[in-house]
Design a protein around this ligand. Structure first.
Ligand code: GLA
Length: 603
């Protein structure tokens, strides 16, 4: 019944399932090679899904691989949101219209340089529950999510004539643990949700294959440029006689705050793709288009070696992919297209008309409002608690207490999640940055009573590494003043969900953490990048859309502003900046701005 209803709305292309026969894939009786690229629909503005999918076909891809980010879909326990950019059914319909198969990776963990690897923040509120384990509370939450997601996805399985040919079980779990019972639990929950297919697979690095693969479930291998022969060698040795597939071939890389912008070797990647194609191997180019981690949804890496530290990723997820962040083909697009066309003998369809970009002349954000005038009602606590305790997921959180001087000493904040600005009577005395492994700062108080404010920004929960399981954000330790715990705090959650209620706007100068508001005019809205070099550390809203983070340590110094998020005529921009802004000016430019680390010079 489902199939019949779907076929009416999907006239173009009815997929047939892809199955495994010996060491190759088969579709409709013929050997099938999966030529896929990754593009996560939740990172691409919905209005551009069709354009990007057409471009995927124009590069010669026959499949798109996408993650599903649980934390966008279930922001509060039991409250599901499949609207707008989360409308996975609409994305699948569009992919099918464009004649593309889809490989779905529903997680629940996705890594993906995404907040907590896709886990909703509320999972971390319960200290007794543990993600990626057999913990029943966690598995129950996963089951609930899969059941609801299954309602959206199941009608689109290839067995029902839809485009979903394959479903991944978890994501590189072998890099995290070796509990196969947990993996089998996730596998069974997917099947229970209607997402079982002939092609279910686990995906791992070559060494980690040994930790988490499941009997009867395809194993595929993930690797970077230059590693294909070695990785396929390992996969063949591990699973002789099964189809050979790269679950992720990293033909690019991501950026972290304070690091360089990634440039990768397109020549080497093209040669490696030619080799995989010639072997008849299947693959998924990671990423075909990375897109943007809008809002506060970036993650952070934190591995376990002595030199390792918390390293959050930038808002731009350009990834040096064949399509740039804004969907424009870069030279490697044509290189990959040509090598795929040559190997398959199939001439791909032409590219759709190019998206138009515009400059926006400089405009000043001449109204400002202090954060101190925009605090919500506070919650009294004895000791600071992380934001999940207050039902908060993202953004900032302010902890306020009072202390009496005179004194000179150390304010110890412990494990800050992730960037704290400390103020005495509203004057900034210093910052504590988790990236730099900072935990404390010197403090001096004159005689009398003083207000101490600790404003903490969640700069992205860990998405990779052993620390992933502790996803608490804000302050998690008691705060010590010269070794003694400070008691009696007021907590102000600042999720920064919308600029609508900000008040106290003034055209006079406002020092310290503040909102800045201005306007630009769009005749016909066109894509642009906002040059945010006038600002220090914060984020920007345009017409209520959170475009992502601003941080003057680079490498990213512009924010992608897609045309569909603008309106014809007047557009309102609000920038939040922790730092005092000398001249709050923005402009739109047609190319992204990257600076070299620790410098103010463009690349
Ligand atoms: C792994 C993960 C991906 C992504 C890449 C790095 O392969 O599976 O989600 O994090 O690393 O970009």
């Amino acid at each position: 019944m489902i199939g019949a209803a779907l076929l009416l709305s999907m006239p173009i292309y009815a997929a047939t399932p892809v199955t495994i026969e010996g060491d190759h894939f088969v579709r409709g009786g013929k050997v099938h090679q999966i030529i896929s690229g990754s593009m996560d629909f939740q990172r691409i503005p919905r209005a551009y899904w069709q354009d990007r999918l057409r471009k995927a076909r124009a590069m010669g891809l026959n499949a798109i691989t996408t993650y599903v980010y649980w934390n966008l879909i279930e922001p509060k326990p039991g409250q599901f949101d499949f609207s707008g950019n989360n409308d996975v059914a609409a994305f699948l319909r569009e992919a099918q219209q464009q004649g593309l198969d889809v490989i779905v990776r529903p997680g629940p963990y996705v890594c993906a340089e995404w907040e907590a690897g896709g886990f909703p923040a509320w999972l971390f509120a319960d200290p007794h529950s543990h993600v990626r384990t057999q913990d029943p509370t966690y598995l129950h939450a996963v089951d609930h999510y899969f059941q609801r997601l299954g309602k959206e996805l199941a009608p689109f399985m290839a067995a029902h004539g839809g485009p979903i040919i394959a479903v991944q079980v978890e994501n590189e779990y072998g890099s995290y643990g070796d509990d196969r019972t947990y993996m089998e639990d996730i596998h069974q929950l997917l099947i229970r949700a209607g997402l079982g297919t002939d092609l279910m697979f686990t995906s791992d690095g070559a060494i980690e294959l040994r930790n988490d693969t499941l009997p009867g479930v395809l194993a595929v291998v993930n690797f970077g440029t230059g590693e294909a022969k070695q990785a396929f060698g390992a996969l063949k040795a591990f699973r002789p006689g099964q189809p050979q597939m790269a679950g992720e071939y990293w033909a690019g890389w991501f950026d972290q705050w304070g690091g360089p912008h990634a440039h990768t070797d397109a020549d080497a990647q093209t040669k490696e793709l030619a080799w995989m194609l010639a072997q008849g191997y299947s693959f998924n180019i990671f990423m075909f288009e990375g897109g943007t981690t809008f809002g506060f949804m970036n993650g952070a890496n934190f591995q376990s070696g002595p030199a390792d530290h918390y390293a959050p990723q930038t808002t731009s997820y350009d990834y040096d992919a064949p399509l740039d962040e804004a969907g424009r083909p870069r030279p490697k697009f044509a290189m990959f297209r040509d090598v795929i066309a040559k190997a398959t003998g199939v001439t791909p369809p032409p590219l759709p008309p190019a998206t138009r970009f515009t400059n926006i002349p400089p405009f000043t954000l001449n109204e400002s409002a202090s954060l101190w005038d925009n605090l919500p009602a506070s919650i009294a606590v004895d000791q600071p608690q992380p934001m999940e305790v207050f039902g908060q997921a993202y953004g900032y959180i302010l902890y306020r207490t009072h202390a009496s001087g005179p004194l000179k000493g150390t304010l110890y904040l412990g494990d800050v999640r992730d960037y704290a600005s400390v103020y005495v009577d509203h004057a900034l005395i210093g910052t504590v940055d988790r990236r730099l492994k900072q935990v404390s700062l010197p403090i001096a108080l004159d005689s009398g009573s003083h207000t101490i404010d600790v404003l903490v920004e969640n700069t992205g929960r860990i998405n990779y590494g052993p620390h992933l399981a502790d996803g608490r954000a804000g302050l998690v330790d008691p705060v010590l003043l010269d070794g003694k715990a400070l008691h009696g705090w007021q907590v102000y959650p600042l999720p920064m969900q919308s600029p609508d209620d900000i008040h106290g706007w003034t055209t006079g100068p406002v020092a310290g953490p503040a909102f800045h508001r201005g306007h630009f005019h769009a005749g016909t809205p066109l894509d642009t990048f906002l040059d945010v070099q006038a600002f220090g550390k914060g984020f920007a809203w345009v017409d209520g859309h959170n475009l992502g983070r601003i941080w003057n340590i680079g490498p990213q110094r512009s924010l992608y502003l897609p045309a569909p998020w603008q309106q014809r005529g007047d557009n309102t921009v609000v920038v939040f900046d922790l730092q005092t802004t000398a001249q709050p000016v923005l402009r739109g430019v047609t190319q992204p701005i990257w600076i070299k680390p620790d410098s103010q010079t463009s690349e």
